[in-house]
Design a protein around this ligand. Structure first.
Ligand code: GN1
Ligand code: MG
Length: 359
């Protein structure tokens, strides 16, 4: 707490720090809730940026500043109320930047959004609101004047993720390849089909748009009525296929089990969530989506469990160097759960296509 409060003191906050405690369940950055003593001062969220992963913190923060500035402007133009709960605000540090480097770690501070909740799971009604919200998010960012950098190069590039997996297999750094052969074969069998997005892009048929690229449901803040207030965790906002936002949301919410469920019987693809989310997303995004984007939404639903499987498995093979783990075979358990989800998505593909065509 002492150490953390020294870091908070480098930022231009209002009020006096009363308490700092861990917040949220992200797998990459460390996040804390900073409570202030005075009722008139806002609370804050302190984050240690994982700069092994986000290596260009200056680019990272300038992306996020551009995105939040643009959204704030849009909301103001629309005459929205309660804007401070609908877009993140970053607090400048002593150096005038929105991050502080303490010679080892990079830190940033933002206003805590009061009376807002995040969820690990949602019902169909909330999924519908979330679909509308992500469509709006992409829509608002469509005319952002700034050029956003790729904060993690090739982040959702399926060809690149497969190449990383193949390199991990070739190196076999942790001696785990033999044990995961079944999953490697299953993933390779689908590899060509799953790289469809990159092929369409090269053929000039599929655009990149500004996307969030980490649309796990716990990256959304809901108000007391289930309406989406805002989208958080903006580190990965960058140009990408819209498949990213659509697919990753369903990967996390339409899973009837947990991302790392040990009991694979719990893991299935929930079509009620799919239908509600897709309905909301198409309502707010249809105006700018191309037919090729709409047709490939079922592909997007399969792509994200698949990509996550490839990423978790590569990390397992590498000896767990990327994702935080809670126990030794955590990345393998995650791989298995995501693979089960993929199989369930595949079984529902004809039903998804029919639903989308009927919209
Ligand atoms: C990471 O930081 P967090 O937990 O929201 C990861 C996502 C993965 C997700 C898997 C920068 O997101 O891409 O989908 O874990 N973020 C990064 O749960 O790699
Ligand atoms: Mg998160």
């Amino acid at each position: 707490m002492n150490n953390l409060s020294t870091i908070v003191s480098r930022f231009r906050i209002q009020g006096t720090v009363a308490d700092i405690r861990p917040l949220g369940s992200g797998l990459i950055n460390d996040t804390y809730h900073v409570a202030t003593l005075e009722a008139t001062a806002p609370d804050y969220v302190l984050q240690r940026i994982n700069h092994a992963i986000f290596q260009d913190v200056d680019m990272l923060q300038s992306n996020i500043e551009a995105v939040t500035r643009h959204i704030r402007r849009k909301l103001t133009e629309q005459g929205a109320d309660d804007i401070d709960r609908k877009v993140l605000s970053f607090i400048p540090a002593d150096n005038g930047k929105t991050y502080w480097f303490d010679t080892v770690n990079y830190w940033r501070l933002m206003r805590f959004i009061p009376r807002a909740k995040t969820y690990e799971t949602v019902n169909p009604e909330y999924s519908y609101y979330a679909g509308v919200a992500f469509g709006n998010f992409q829509n608002m960012l469509a005319d952002i004047p700034d050029t956003l950098g790729e904060t993690i190069p090739n982040f959702h590039n399926m060809e690149f993720r497969l190449q990383q997996l193949r390199e991990a297999v070739a190196a076999d750094a942790a001696g785990r390849v033999a044990e995961v052969r079944y999953y490697l074969d299953e993933l390779e069998r689908r590899a060509d089909d799953m790289c469809r997005g990159e092929r369409l892009y090269r053929a000039g048929e599929l655009p990149k748009r500004i996307c969030h690229c980490d649309t796990k449901v716990n990256n959304m803040m809901f108000d007391e009525h289930g309406q989406v207030l805002c989208v958080i965790d903006l580190d990965t906002v960058m140009p990408n296929f819209i498949f990213s936002d659509f697919g990753d949301f369903l990967r996390t919410t339409a899973n009837t089990g947990a991302e790392d469920d040990r009991n694979l019987d719990n893991v299935n693809f929930n079509m009620d969530i799919f239908r509600a989310f897709t309905k909301g997303y198409l309502e707010s995004a249809r105006a700018f989506l191309l037919p090729v984007e709409i047709e490939n939404l079922p592909y997007a639903a399969a792509l994200f469990p698949y990509m996550q499987c490839v990423r978790f498995l590569a990390d397992y093979i590498n000896g767990d160097t990327y994702y935080k783990i809670q126990y030794p075979d955590h990345n393998l358990i995650r791989t298995k759960a995501q693979f089960k989800l993929l199989q369930s998505v595949e079984a529902h593909t004809p039903e998804m296509k029919a639903f989308i065509e009927a919209q």
